[in-house]
Design a protein. Sequence first.
Length: 262
Amino acid sequence: MKIVVCIKQVPDTAEVKLDPKTGTLIRDGVPSIINHDDRAGLEAALQLRERVGGTVTVVCMGPPQADVALREALAMGADDAYLLSAREFGGSDTYATATIIATALKKIGFDLVITGRQAIDGDTAQVGPQIGEQLRLPQVSYAEELDVDGDYIFVKRQFEDSAHVLKVKMPCLVTALSELCEPRYMSVRGIVDAYEKTVTVWGFDDLKNDLNPEWIGLKGSPTNVFQSFGKKMRDPGTLLKDLTADQAVEAIMEKLIERHII
């Protein structure tokens, strides 16, 4: 069984700030981590491999420094890793990103593809399902439990106040919730081994036979971010002091009438 897990290196959003002039994230000096949902998906893949055998491959699209995230995945127990990195990929929206990753997955081969539900820096939840569409795979999103029996995957899928239990024949794609698994810690031996392994780097030239340059980057992105901004603090409001109960009621009523609430 060949399992491919798509991961993304994201900034630790608890420490991210926005540039007030450009509206973009300030990433300088901000630590990066593997996206939470993706780590859960990787752990699920490792547990499946331990139960039924096979291999776990991790794939990440990003700048060269995303090598760190891939080596963390290798230290957790993944068998091999691929980094999709090229200038031509820069500026890709979710659709163009899914196109690039899907092209790489066709070349790698798979029985099961696992992605995170969404990335904490974008929160679109689009890339996983778009990869499934590009590969024409049956897909199940919001997975909170996962098991395998022969050629079938059994998925418990979160759905509002209930759950769906689905049986899907492989090859297929699953998007994982962070609740799916508690990721394991890296071992010292695993960390040492991870830095002795080779992370395969694929650029545009490695995929160009199946990848139209018109489909990727800014040129191939049907959407773009117009503006980003952080939450603003609310005004403190009016503080009423040293009033009797009747005076307080009267003052509040005046404000409600003034704002046309009543």
